[in-house]
Design a protein around this ligand. Sequence first.
Ligand SMILES: [Zn+2]
Length: 382
Amino acid sequence: MDDIAPKLIENVNKDFADNLAADKNVTALSEKLAAGQARYEDAYKYAESVGNARAKAFESQISSAVLPERKMHYNIASRLMTDTLITDHEMIANYAAGVQKAYNEEAGINLKALKADINKDRIDGFVERLSYEDVFDNVSWILQEPVVTHARSVVDDTIKKNAEFQGKAGINATVIRNADSKCCKWCSDLAGDYVYPSVPREVFQRHDHCRCTVDYKGRRLSTYAVSSNNIWGMRDSHTFRDLGEQDRIEERASKASEIETRFHTQLLSPLITNLRNELIGRSVGAKFDNYDIMDLETGEMYHLAEGSKLQNKEVFAGKGSHNPYRDAWKYADKYGGNVEDWQHVKANGTLATRDGDFEAEVHWSQCEGIGKKEFFIKKWLE
Ligand SMILES: [Zn+2]
């Protein structure tokens, strides 16, 4: 069998370059960056252009017809996605770091603007999902919107990395999540200003078709009100007046991270994890659902305790995550909806039992417009 990968990659990259060259926004955005005037919203526009140019190139060059056995084999997927997505990453990460550099200069922050790391897990997720399906055309959608989402995520990652770095270095680091008016409830609930270290990680996450943006504002603490015992529990003498000295910054960063961990676990975690918790209604007929939750070991059915909450919710496979949800087709078959819209979700819940209320990790499947299905207990937590 001929190795078609090198030629395929070459064609995709050539199309990609042509698409970008034809995009007038890219020129304008590059000029804005060179003039030191680009903002993070420009970085998202740049990411959108790069992602669209890539998705179009994939669409015009790749189909089952050009692949051996109509399938995107692992060894092709791996080289294709690595070559292309790393290029996209580099372009966007450099642009976004350039934006951060301009922000730092504007705020008089004498720190290096950091570039986002390549997210290998995301690339692996693409490869795995593409090569899992027997017929490429069934998963060709993965090379469309998810590729654009990947591009936008590079900007999110840049802001995350710089906010953490600056926050640890004693800068008042504020992350601002703006919701796109046409986006979803999850996004509008998440919109707002967050000051490091109390920035939930969801602020840097996005789902497909999400055009929400994140912005950053760093402010030096020397002119900022720092009481004798500030939120870090540190004395004034420990706060920084001269941020120019790298070693002192690093010393501060390591101290801060110790305190941050304590701060997080003791004070902030309950606040953060409560952001999207779901309240279980107290009475029959309440507008909240209560779900049948099966203990797979005994087959016994449980319910969430009334008035309790589903906490620490996390989508760990399917839409909005970068892990493929391999059983999604079963749920789509049984309940409807698109295979790609189903999610595998976990959370901690309080279950009512004959012996009182007990905490358990529960899992379920869900799809927008269809609801939550087939809850089960993954494990009892106490
Ligand atoms: Zn959104």
